[in-house]
Design a protein around this ligand. Structure first.
Ligand code: ZN
Length: 120
């Protein structure tokens, strides 16, 4: 049997996560990356700022800033969450999977992922 590459997926079905994700989206209903680009996107825009024509992509997600990879402390840490639109969420995840670390930076401009080469 093939090994599940994401054995932590069940965490996303827990009541604690659903509550946390809901609270995050209530606290910050706009995509954090779109905000940095000067746009207020509650899911009605694409990552490029044009109207989101695809109804199935009209939402925002609660995203982990530092990838948790099953680490429950990181997974359930409200300070490790940000709101993203689907375009920015997908783009960041692809970069992370290709490189093996996140390029996201904290307010001081320094990469927040402990696996980032700058933190090695
Ligand atoms: Zn966005």
């Amino acid at each position: 049997m093939a090994k599940d590459p994401r054995p932590w997926r069940g965490l996303y079905k827990t009541a604690a996560w659903l509550r946390l994700a809901k609270a995050q989206k209530e606290r910050e209903p706009l995509c954090a990356t779109c905000l940095m680009l000067g746009r207020a996107n509650d899911g009605s825009l694409t990552g490029a700022g044009t109207p989101q024509e695809d109804r199935r992509r009209r939402y925002v997600v609660a995203d982990h800033k530092i990838p948790h990879r099953g680490d429950k402390a990181l997974f359930f840490d409200p300070d490790n969450l940000q709101t993203l639109c689907p375009d920015h969420h997908d783009r960041d995840k692809q970069i992370e999977e290709r490189r093996g670390y996140s390029e996201r930076r904290g307010p001081d401009g320094w990469p927040i992922d402990p696996r980032h080469p700058a933190n090695q």
